[in-house]
Design a binder for this molecule. Structure first.
Ligand SMILES: NC(=O)C1=CN([C@@H]2O[C@H](COP(=O)(O)OP(=O)(O)OC[C@H]3O[C@@H](n4cnc5c(N)ncnc54)[C@H](O)[C@@H]3O)[C@@H](O)[C@H]2O)C=CC1
Ligand SMILES: CC(C)CC(=O)C(=O)O
Ligand SMILES: [Mg+2]
Length: 352
């Protein structure tokens, strides 16, 4: 099979972790007789520096022409530390998600048997955790009207959701629940927010179409607590953009490192695969970041974008072996040998 993949490395550790995902993908492709054609494209601060905008038209065209997109991360301190910057890397990420129609971000949270004792949470709480967030990705407060008024002394961001936006995400959640343990949790703040009440009402209406699915409705603040207290009690969780962004970073603690959790951003036209972490600028250029979140995002790409299950399983199997054998970056080394980002990638590619 010929696989045409757009490659958006981005900023900070983005290029380093993407390099490892490319090595591993090429190795799995060679093993199973596929040919990958990678088309690199600019995004984030790298694109601002090169052409003045964070998601150039040319990058969009490359993404639309590809069968799938593999994305690293964007963002740099020189923008984070300058609140007055008008053009920002994150605008490129949001523009890209909107332009590609990537409304559903699938963020699984799971544990690795060899890492259970590396999590700051107790073994008996986290063992067997296997849950998945479906985060709405192209609506809500990240895309609402924002601005300043009152002589620059007041700022506002608005959160808007349409019933259609909620429904398409929720349907994906119900469908996913049917494939899994038939449990769905709608995470909102319906005791306060009107948008959350629209979410709840829309999901309640859909319940009739999915009588086999047991739905619970929980407030986001309580979920933030229960997620680390009893992660095993959750299976599929659906939620809006902001809540999903925050809760999934929190959930990464269950697995043992932010550098482990992958995601798939799905839409009608195309799909994009990206680690849940950001550009971790403190580690940029040091060859120390954990590449596994990006490598596992590539596994999701083989599975979801190309229907290549054996290839995805092969990547997951070699990742599990690397962890069991202690071939890990410094975030997981705990005083033992810390491998470089590139060494982990080489090991995975060699052992697949
Ligand atoms: N999807 C994206 O491109 C995202 C971009 N960002 C941007 O990234 C920049 C940094 O943001 P932060 O809040 O520091 O989030 P971050 O996710 O980049 O880093 C937070 C912490 O997570 C850990 N971490 C993250 N990735 C890791 C990896 N691969 N290996 C080992 N440890 C890892 C590190 O301890 C790090 O200090 C900002 O400019 C932000 O806007 C933030 C989140 C997502
Ligand atoms: C710019 C942010 C919306 C990126 C982020 O934190 C994420 O998608 O997880
Ligand atoms: Mg985030």
């Amino acid at each position: 099979m010929k696989l045409n993949i757009a490659l958006l490395a981005g900023d900070g550790i983005g290029p380093e972790v993407i390099d490892q995902a490319v090595k591993v993908s090429d190795a799995v492709a060679a093993k199973f007789g596929h040919e990958i054609s990678w088309t690199p494209a600019l995004t984030g601060a790298a694109a601002i520096d090169a052409v003045g905008e964070p998601y150039p038209d040319e990058t969009h065209e490359i993404c639309m022409a590809a069968d799938a997109v593999l994305f690293g991360a964007i963002g740099l301190p020189r923008f984070d530390n300058d609140p007055s910057a008008k053009v920002r890397p994150e605008q490129g990420l949001l523009k890209m998600r909107k332009a590609l129609g990537l409304f559903a971000n699938v963020r699984p949270t799971f544990t690795f048997p060899s890492l259970i004792d590396k999590s700051p949470l107790k073994r008996e709480r986290i063992e067997g955790t296997d849950l998945v967030f479906l985060r709405e990705l192209t609506g809500g407060i990240y895309f609402g009207k924002r601005g300043r008024e009152d002589n620059d002394n007041t700022a506002y961001d608005t959160c808007t959701y349409t019933r259609a936006e909620v429904e398409r995400l929720a349907r994906k959640g119900f469908d996913m629940a049917l494939q899994r343990s038939k449990k769905l949790c709608c995470v909102d703040k319906a005791n306060v927010l009107e948008t959350s009440r629209l979410w709840r009402e829309t999901v309640q209406r859909l319940e009739k179409e999915y009588p086999e699915v047991e739905v619970s409705y929980e407030l986001v603040d309580a979920v933030a607590m229960r997620l680390v207290q009893w992660p095993n009690s959750y299976d599929v969780l659906i939620t809006e953009n902001l809540f999903g962004d925050i809760l999934t970073d929190e959930a990464s603690v269950i697995s043992g490192s932010m550098g482990l959790m992958p995601s798939a951003s799905l839409g009608e036209k195309t799909s994009l695969f990206e680690p849940i972490h950001g550009s971790y600028p403190q580690a940029a250029g040091k060859d120390i970041a954990n590449p596994l979140a990006t490598v596992l995002s590539a596994a999701m790409m083989f599975e979801t974008a190309f229907g290549l299950q054996d290839e995805a399983d092969a990547i997951r199997a070699v990742v599990n072996r690397s962890l069991a054998e202690g071939v890990v970056t410094e975030d997981l080394a705990e005083g033992g040998k810390a491998y470089k980002t590139s060494e982990v990638g080489d090991w995975l590619a060699k052992n697949i």
